[in-house]
Ligand binder design. Structure first.
Ligand SMILES: *[C@@H]1O[C@H](CO)[C@@H](O)[C@H](O)[C@H]1NC(C)=O
Ligand SMILES: *[C@@H]1O[C@H](CO)[C@@H](O)[C@H](O)[C@H]1NC(C)=O
Ligand SMILES: *[C@@H]1O[C@H](CO)[C@@H](O)[C@H](O)[C@H]1NC(C)=O
Ligand SMILES: *[C@@H]1O[C@H](CO)[C@@H](O)[C@H](O)[C@H]1NC(C)=O
Ligand SMILES: *[C@@H]1O[C@H](CO)[C@@H](O)[C@H](O)[C@H]1NC(C)=O
Length: 604
């Protein structure tokens, strides 16, 4: 018995507390982490407690209701007091957003018929046959449109059963400190506080930014008899929608009570934060923009200058016909590096035609680079072809031409580096050690062999055209090596490059018939003859400062030969160290004399 009575008592207690709690219902949510909410559409509670009604998907709705219904006892008059904080964040700050948030009092939590855009997910596009809904809506509409034939700016409104507001105002709050209304930008993205108070007959709506206390004058006041709208139970909640314009629309916190005295205050410091758009358009000052533009231009100028400088420094001329000479082509950059930027230290020779530099390629390969200036583009192809052909000739007594490079107004020829320099330095400039008779004969043999190879060894006879002591180099073993093939066509400024076959060469070595008959192997032989005399006599073919009979070497030697005093012409520096009966030389001189005699009438 005791036990049963006990149970009855407990149950009646529970029933009574339930009943009373229903009558006195109030709640406060500083963030919705543990909230007892019904949501549909896009609405959801984000981690952190933020209630998101919509994101920025177009033409969507979202609803959130407090799940527990409120009774409308006929005896009692309905009253409620609520304070909530919302934030409407457009995709870009300062841009338009849509469509808005509504505080809804509804007989049902099912607002799935609610249309998006200006209907805010609450009302539906009117159709015949549907009875008008029973709804009280306090809306924060953020879009200016022509709605229901009225131009509406962003506004706060009260609507009853019908999307057309019965009361509306521009969003603002009354500041008692300033004594006037201060407007509120609904789309600032900042939290906005809203108060909706209904005391049973009068509905007050107030707005304020987050840092402002509840204004002591409401934004709107309207007398409404809710008992005429709703029958037995009602739900409180929120609705929001997007249209073509969209916003992230949030509720940050919500406090509700059926009595004014029991309304709990929201702890604004505990509210979750509504995220602002990341791509916040930074307003750069024109000065900064100007500076940046200036900097960019400066950098471009410097880079451009650097590019032009490098292009100029390493610039080359390349033409399509040069493709076949590819392997013989050196890049200017590699030559520039090899010669240390053509530094004066590397200068090993200088002539009327250009300068010769010593260079070192990677792998310690020594080269000589001859820089020739030229203005004539015409005939260059033939010249390069010839040079490259000669480069392909291989003989132990030829200075191998390794390749070439072309730039504007400049041709560079790359050949083996001869450490001992050219023969004329020993003959005429007293470079030590002075050459003995045997060395001289050996060198003459070497050069004869080289000329023989040029004239007979290749597929077609190759003419040297400028055989002379300064074109004969000595290698490290003292062997004579013939260099500078075909250069005669290049040195002579009067000679047109396109006719390298024309009369070219150096005075004193040029066969007399050259002028009339052009070059041939014979003119090379003649020049070789003059060269032999140069080597044995130790003087240049033409020396204007000598007495007249000695000026022309060839002529003088022949005069002496005729007078049987040939030995008089020998290089006096040899002293007694020579072989007067030198067989090779004698044989050659005989040939040379015949040859010369053949043309003697022309020159002497
Ligand atoms: C909005 O939310 C819905 C559902 O959660 C999701 O499918 C959609 O991708 C979201 N849209 C944007 C723009 O985040
Ligand atoms: C909501 O109402 C619509 C019609 O008004 C109905 O079709 C739908 O089933 C209802 N949804 C729920 C969850 O009751
Ligand atoms: C609604 O009904 C009225 C008459 O009852 C009619 O004139 C009107 O065209 C109808 N509208 C629609 C959208 O059906
Ligand atoms: C402020 O706005 C309210 C409602 O819109 C209006 O009644 C009132 O006259 C305004 N007060 C001032 C000082 O403008
Ligand atoms: C409100 O409406 C109900 C039902 O129509 C009525 O009984 C009540 O007197 C009205 N209250 C006021 C204050 O007008």
């Amino acid at each position: 018995m005791d036990c049963r009575l006990h149970l009855v008592l407990i149950f009646s207690c529970i029933y009574l507390t339930c009943l009373s709690s229903q009558q006195e219902t109030r709640f406060v949510y500083n963030g919705f982490d543990q909230a007892n909410l019904f949501t549909d559409g896009l609405a959801k509670i984000l981690p952190g407690g933020l209630l998101q009604l919509t994101n920025t998907t177009e033409r969507q709705t979202g609803h959130a209701f407090f799940k527990q219904p409120f009774d409308l006892a006929p005896s009692e008059s309905l009253s409620f007091y609520t304070h909530f904080v919302c934030a409407l964040v457009p995709p870009k700050l300062g841009a338009d957003g849509g469509h808005g948030i509504a505080f809804v009092v509804s007989p049902s939590m099912n607002l799935s018929n609610g249309s998006p855009t200006q209907y805010l997910g609450v009302f539906s596009i009117p159709t015949n046959g549907t009875s008008s809904p029973h709804l009280l809506v306090i809306e924060l509409d953020t879009v200016s449109t022509i709605e229901f034939d009225v131009l509406e700016k962003p506004h706060v409104g009260i609507s009853v059963n019908n999307p057309l507001s019965v009361e509306s105002a521009l969003p603002s709050y009354f500041s008692s400190a300033l004594g006037n209304n201060v407007s509120i930008n609904l789309l600032s993205g900042e939290p906005i506080q809203v108060w909706v108070d209904y005391d049973g007959s009068l509905l007050d709506v107030s707005l304020a930014p987050i840092n402002i206390k509840k204004p002591n004058r409401p934004l709107m006041s309207r007398s409404i008899n809710l008992s005429e709208i709703f029958q037995d139970e009602i739900f409180f909640g929120f609705s929001a929608s997007t249209g073509k314009l969209t916003s992230n629309q949030y509720i940050l916190g919500w406090s509700f009570s059926r009595s004014k005295e029991l309304l709990q205050t929201l702890d604004l410091s505990k509210l979750p934060q509504a995220p602002l758009p990341k791509d916040k358009p930074e307003k750069l000052s024109p000065l900064l923009i100007g500076l940046v533009v200036l900097l960019v231009i400066l950098v471009l100028i410097v880079l451009g200058g650097l590019y032009l400088y490098r292009r100029n420094k390493y610039g080359e001329v390349r033409e399509s016909w040069e493709k076949e000479y590819g392997p013989h082509r050196f890049s200017y950059k590699s030559l520039y590096k090899a010669t240390n930027g053509f530094s004066r230290d590397g200068l090993i020779g200088r002539g009327g035609f250009g300068e010769v530099y010593k260079g070192t390629l990677p792998l310690n390969r020594h080269i000589a680079v001859k820089r020739l200036s030229h203005d004539a583009e015409q005939g260059m192809q033939q010249f390069v072809a010839e040079v490259v052909t000669m480069g392909s000739l291989q003989h132990r007594n030829l200075v191998t031409l390794l390749g070439y490079c072309r730039r504007k107004g400049e041709l560079l020829l790359v050949s083996e580096y001869m450490p001992c320099g050219s023969l004329d330095q020993y003959l005429f400039h007293n470079r030590n050690p002075s050459l003995s008779w045997f060395q001289r004969i050996s060198i003459l043999n070497d050069i004869a062999s080289a000329i023989n190879y040029l004239h007979t060894g290749a597929r077609t006879a190759v003419l040297h055209r400028d055989i002379k002591a300064s074109n004969v180099m000595l290698d490290s073993e003292g062997n004579g090596r013939l260099g500078d093939f075909g250069m005669a066509g290049f040195h002579d400024p009067r000679a047109n490059l396109s006719s390298t076959a024309a009369a070219v060469g150096t005075i004193g070595y040029m066969a007399p018939e050259l002028m009339t008959m052009g070059t041939s192997t014979k003119t090379d032989v003649y020049a070789f003859g003059a060269f032999i005399l140069e080597v044995t006599c130790g003087r240049r073919p033409v020396e204007p400062e000598l007495p007249e009979e000695k000026q022309y070497l060839v002529k003088w030697v022949f005069e002496c030969w005729r007078r049987d005093s040939l030995l008089e012409t020998r290089d006096q520096r040899l002293g007694g160290e020579f072989v007067s009966e030198e067989r090779t030389l004698a044989r050659f001189l005989t040939i040379f004399s015949r040859y010369r005699g053949f043309y003697a009438s022309v020159i002497i």
